[in-house]
Design a protein around this ligand. Structure first.
Ligand code: SME
Length: 149
């Protein structure tokens, strides 16, 4: 199966798991689990915006222990939040301000999750390989997170 076929299958599975469930945390948890297992990523999970502290706070994830809070504009996650757009990082060691939760991570993609036109969370995926993520990942992962409401 090529990447597009894998995403097509994953999308269908995620769709069937989240439809009919309104709890956002439950849906984020299953999305992280499904993507993590289907693609064998190093770390797959969500950070949710905490309006009180105006920070990203760790949400449902799969993979090793991660940092719990990220400020607006900081790291790849904070940058995706600030820009309100997907950020693809082919080599995290070249990204100024990258937050290394794990030294095994070499490339990363962060997708904002919108409610209306407001970013409410980000989906962060880390890979131990360089150059893992491209426009195909961006397109499908944006489609997948749009299932969160
Ligand atoms: N690398 C991220 C931090 C989160 S961990 O990778 C799970 C960043 O720079 O925002």
């Amino acid at each position: 199966m090529n990447k597009t076929e894998k995403y097509r299958t994953a999308f269908r599975m995620i769709q069937s798991v989240v439809e009919g469930e309104s709890d956002m945390i439950a849906n984020m948890a299953n999305m992280a689990a499904l993507l993590h297992e289907a693609f064998g990523f190093w770390w797959t999970g969500f950070y949710r915006i905490n309006p009180e502290s105006d920070q990203l706070v760790l949400g449902p994830f799969q993979g090793p222990v991660a940092c719990t809070r990220i400020n607006f504009g900081k790291g790849v996650c904070g940058t995706a939040w600030e820009r309100a757009e997907t950020v693809i990082v082919p080599d995290v060691h070249q990204f100024p301000g990258h937050i290394a939760c794990s030294s095994a991570s070499n490339s990363e993609i962060v997708i904002p999750v919108f409610q209306g036109n407001k970013v409410i969370a980000v989906l962060d995926i880390d890979s131990t390989e360089f150059n893992t993520f491209d426009q195909i990942d961006k397109e499908w992962l944006e489609k997948i997170v749009s299932l969160i409401r």
